[in-house]
Design a protein around this ligand. Structure first.
Ligand SMILES: [Zn+2]
Ligand SMILES: [Zn+2]
Length: 230
């Protein structure tokens, strides 16, 4: 049974309900092996304001002091446009333990195939350009987009993720990606991460769905990103 961990957690710095200390305490109480605090980057309407980024890291530092488990300082950066740009700079990223990135905004396409290609293009550029550790809720944008893409398009993304050392997240909130996609990841050697996307203390570390999926797709301990951060 792979170790339980949660590398996608929000706090009051963005749109979460709990403080860093409260989220970390809940993670420890649920028996997690490690937790990462990953508030939204500044470009999202509910994101962490730029002037709060440094206080946020200081708060994580304090929460870490009392924690019985490893606590990673992270952020869920936004991929902001077609060029794959993200909303935090290199200098800030250097201060983090883990960089999670996700797509929360796309262009105006309404056709699902076009929308999915827009997503794929942005995701590809983002992982080419930045040292992203975890790609959050892959191919989920209001609904799950991967079925609208060709197998070779998904393969191209997965191969690039493997090459760039980007882990793919099993996101508890959106129950994405699907098992076919995860099997493809395992086949190409992409590491997997687990994130509840918790916004409340009650949600932190509730990873049962992810553990069941990991078991079904045959993921082993060495397929998980956890070890890299311990
Ligand atoms: Zn997100
Ligand atoms: Zn999130």
């Amino acid at each position: 049974m792979p170790a339980k961990f949660d590398f996608h957690v929000h706090t009051v710095y963005s749109d979460g309900d709990g403080t860093a200390a409260a989220m970390v305490e809940a993670a420890g109480a649920r028996g997690l092996g490690a937790v990462a605090l990953t508030d939204h980057g500044p470009e999202l309407s509910v994101g962490t304001p730029r002037e709060k980024l440094t206080p946020m890291l200081q708060d994580i530092e304090l929460a870490r002091e009392d924690a019985g488990i490893p606590v990673l300082a992270g952020i869920e950066a936004n991929v902001v446009d077609e060029s794959g740009a993200i909303d935090v700079d290199h200098e800030f990223i250097e201060k983090l333990d883990i960089l999670v990135a996700g797509i929360h905004k796309l262009g105006k396409a309404t056709d699902p195939v076009e929308l999915s290609r827009d997503y794929l293009g942005r995701a590809t550029k983002a992982i080419e350009r930045h040292e992203i550790d975890v790609f959050a809720h892959p191919f989920y944008f209001h609904h799950y987009l991967a079925p609208h893409l060709l197998r070779e398009e998904l393969e191209g993304f997965v191969k690039l993720a493997a090459e760039r050392g980007v882990a793919v997240e099993l996101n508890m909130k959106y129950k994405a990606p699907d098992e076919d996609f995860l099997r493809l990841c395992l086949c190409e050697g992409v590491k997997l991460s687990v994130g509840t996307d918790a916004h409340t203390v009650a949600e932190v570390g509730r990873v049962d769905w992810a553990l069941a999926v990991l078991r079904r797709v045959g993921a082993r301990e060495e397929d998980l990103i956890l070890k890299q951060f311990l």
